[in-house]
Design a binder for this molecule. Structure first.
Ligand code: NAD
Length: 360
């Protein structure tokens, strides 16, 4: 199979971690008989330096013509970098918002996995972390409170702010279908999170999710109120497989789930549209404080590449090969500095990429 991938190395550690992900993908191509075709585009600070804008129309067109996009990270030091003296619409992050919009990426996937070998980094009690966990938060990304009408008015000398939370059934249906499709590739359980005891938008959410569930008889569906879910994530995270939720709840819960893994350098993410197309990137930023030192952890980006194989190309065996390589390297005691612990062998970004490549 020929995989046509647009890469966005980006800023800071971005180019270093994307280079390692390409190395691992090339090893997958050799082992499984595929061809990887990469086209790099600039985005964020790198694009500002070259073209004066964080994302060009040409870059968007290149991304649109690919099967999937693999990204490092964009942005610089927000206090010292000259990029942050520019107006907001010309800063690095505007590139990210621009590409998400241009590619109509409405579904955000963030896996939160606690690897046995990294259980020490988990801030939860040992009896909870010992069970491990492997969940995926599926967050609606383009609707809800963040995109509803908002205004601030003054009534009788009193300031009043209004935000609107709107979802129509089509927006709910398309994210629910994504959630169930992905559950079918995992342990076949969906926890739909809402606030149906209070909000109309949540009651519609629940109704539509139940309709979609009828097409997936193998998947177990449960509903959970968002406040309970926030508690369950720290009390019993092992119960979750796919958590399906709307934009604001997903924003908060996905950060909570990330934090309980304790290792930012390990967290992958993906944003999908309604075809197989997706943008895959680590959850962390461009870490300008460690850029160019060959110490960044490339695993989050490499696991994002694994998600790309699984969700955009349906190459599950190939994705498993990457996931298993990560597990082996951790088991053998290799660690980048961010996940280092006593008795392990510290390696740099390139060496971690090499170790993973050898285990594909
Ligand atoms: P950050 O995630 O870049 O860094 C936070 C801390 O984690 C730093 O100490 C950093 O060294 C460390 N870290 C992050 N990734 C690491 C890795 N792979 N290996 C080892 N250590 C790692 O967050 P920040 O410092 O708040 O932001 C830096 C820049 O990144 C900002 O310009 C911000 O806007 C941008 N950012 C971009 C994205 C994106 O591109 N999607 C996301 C978040 C932040």
């Amino acid at each position: 199979m020929e995989l046509n991938i647009t890469c966005i190395p980006g800023d800071g550690i971005g180019p270093e971690i994307v280079a390692e992900a390409k190395k691992v993908l090339d090893a997958v191509a050799v082992r499984f008989g595929h061809t990887m075709k990469y086209t790099d585009i600039l985005m964020g600070g790198a694009s500002i330096d070259a073209y004066g804008v964080p994302l060009t129309d040409e870059a968007i067109e290149t991304a649109k013509s690919a099967d999937a996009v693999l990204m490092g990270s964009i942005g610089g030091n927000t206090t010292t970098s000259p990029w942050y003296k520019l107006p907001p619409n010309l800063r690095p992050e505007a590139g990210l918002l621009g590409i998400r919009k241009a590619l109509n990426l409405f579904a955000n996937l963030r896996p939160a996995v606690l690897y046995e070998e990294l259980a020490g980094a988990c801030p939860l009690k040992e009896e909870i972390s010992a069970a491990g966990f492997d969940m995926l938060i599926m967050r609606e990304l383009t609707g809800g409170l963040y995109f509803g009408e908002r205004k601030t008015v003054e009534e009788n000398g009193v300031l009043k702010a209004i935000d609107t939370l709107t979802y129509d059934e089509n927006e709910i249906r398309r994210i629910a279908i994504k959630g169930f499709d992905i559950a079918m590739k995992r342990r076949k359980k969906v926890t739909s999170v809402d606030k149906a005891n209070v909000l109309d938008s949540s009651r519609l959410w629940r109704k539509v999710v139940e309709e979609v569930a009828k097409d997936y008889p193998e998947v177990t569906l449960e509903h959970m109120l968002v406040d309970n879910c926030a508690m369950q994530l720290v009390k019993d995270p092992a119960q979750f497989d796919v958590i399906l939720t709307e934009n604001m709840f997903g924003d908060i819960l996905s950060d909570e789930a990330s934090m309980v893994t304790g290792s930012i350098g390990m967290l992958a993410s993906a944003s999908l549209n309604d075809s197989k197309f997706g943008l895959y990137e680590p959850s962390h930023g461009s870490a300008p404080d460690i850029a160019g030192k060959d110490i960044a952890n490339p695993i989050a980006t490499i696991l994002s590449a694994s998600m790309m194989l699984r969700y955009s190309f349906d190459l599950d065996k190939e994705a498993d090969a990457i996931d298993n390589a990560v597990k082996s390297v951790l088991k053998e005691g290799y660690r980048t500095v961010d996940i280092m612990s006593a008795g392990c062998t510290q390696v740099g970004c390139k060496q971690m990429g090499d170790l993973l490549t050898q285990r594909i």
